[in-house]
Ligand binder design. Structure first.
Ligand SMILES: Cc1cc2nc3c(=O)[nH]c(=O)nc-3n(C[C@H](O)[C@H](O)[C@H](O)COP(=O)(O)OP(=O)(O)OC[C@H]3O[C@@H](n4cnc5c(N)ncnc54)[C@H](O)[C@@H]3O)c2cc1C
Length: 338
């Protein structure tokens, strides 16, 4: 494996931030990853793992080794009349994997269609969309322990999944490199169409016979209309998480703001729509030089071209201040900042 010096990371992050990596390699196997770990240890350098770069804010040049995750391969481990187990390596592109599953009549990931990024990053924040989360389908995660170089397997219940997080973002942050993920998928279709505007979209498409492939198409249509394509307008999807508040706080806010949006969360708490609050404080569609809040989706900050991470983070700070002032609610940034 080649280790290059002083590489531009702009093409490798969907915010198109102009950071550079002091060293850079493309890992295509677990052996390559071990080599990268040995190099970083010998040179005493930090490591930055990059998949599709669609959930990171690169705020500066990275002073260590950037490892681009390029391990490829998908295999069917098991198949019965009811389910199949599919194992995909970390560098597989997520949406291409979802399509591969649908083509192979393995169902359950269709609501997660068109989420950018790689299979290996999907468990980090337990990706979710349209009423389905990765944890609903994940069987196990294989990972390389950066401290010991050993490979380990995490069963679903050991991943500590909850809304947009897992042990890999929490207590094991930076400890493991995810090398492969195994999904347990259905052979018998059971499409989930109750969330948001999925049913309406299917009706608009003229579909009465609801199949997983059609649900996937409906979700792609919805996402293409709602979210900016990072290849056209640089962004990292939702910049803030939907905050969780107690039912008392929700009740208090709801009595002041009748149209406040909240979803049932764990432990009788309520997950507030951060997008609604950002919209309500007047930020939707707002532009500050090269950065702004997308006009179609208040949760998405965009780089119109040439923005620095500083400009993005300043805008994010102003939005958080406004929301805190108006609602006394703290917004948490979703992408990881380096
Ligand atoms: C337009 C758009 C829409 C989006 N919509 C959604 C959505 O609907 N739902 C959702 O949940 N997310 C969404 N996202 C966020 C993003 O697509 C996901 O979080 C995705 O899983 C990130 O994958 P990635 O390969 O790009 O990760 P990266 O951005 O490359 O990495 C993210 C983090 O994971 C670490 N990492 C990456 N690969 C590995 C690995 N193999 N092992 C260990 N650590 C690793 C990185 O170091 C970094 O900390 C969206 C993003 C965009 C741009």
């Amino acid at each position: 494996m080649k280790i290059l010096e002083d590489q531009a990371l702009q093409p490798l992050n969907t915010f198109a931030l102009p950071a550079r990596g002091r060293y850079f390699c493309r890992a295509e196997s677990v052996d390559d990853l071990r080599e990268a770990l040995a190099f970083s240890e010998a040179e005493n350098l930090p490591i930055l793992l990059l998949g599709g770069g669609s959930n990171v804010v690169l705020s500066r040049d990275f002073p260590g080794l950037v490892v681009h995750m390029a391990l490829k391969g998908i295999e069917r481990l098991e198949e019965t009349a009811d389910h199949c187990l599919l194992r995909a390596k970390a560098g597989e592109e997520w949406h291409a994997f979802v399509e591969h599953c649908l083509q192979g009549a393995c169902f359950g990931l269709e609501n997660l269609s068109l989420i950018p990024g790689t299979v290996g990053a999907a468990p980090i924040q337990n990706i979710g969309a349209y009423g389905v989360e990765l944890r609903d389908r994940l069987e196990s995660v294989e990972a390389l322990d950066r401290a010991t170089g050993e490979t380990v397997r995490f069963a679903n219940r050991e991943c500590g999944f909850s809304y947009r997080t897992s042990v890999f973002k929490g207590r094991f942050r930076d400890r493991y490199i995810i090398t492969a993920v195994t999904l347990r998928l259905d052979k018998r279709p059971a499409p989930v169409t109750t969330y948001g505007s999925v049913e309406r979209e299917l009706r608009a498409m003229g579909e009465t016979d609801i199949t997983p492939v059609r649900v996937s198409r409906a979700i792609c249509n919805l996402r293409r209309r709602k979210l900016p394509d990072p290849a056209v307008l640089a962004n990292v999807g939702s910049f803030f998480k939907n905050p969780l508040v107690s039912s008392e706080v929700f009740g208090r806010l709801k009595s002041r703001y009748e149209d406040l949006i909240g979803y049932p969360g764990p432990d009788h708490r309520v997950r507030l729509s951060a997008g609604w609050m950002i919209d309500r404080t007047g930020w939707k569609g707002c532009r500050r030089g090269p950065v702004g809040v997308h006009a179609g989706h208040a949760l998405v900050l965009v780089n119109y071209g040439g923005a620095s991470a500083g400009e993005i983070l300043r805008l994010a700070r102003e939005i958080r201040d406004s929301v805190r002032e108006a609602f006394d609610v703290e917004l948490e940034i979703e992408p990881r900042i380096y």
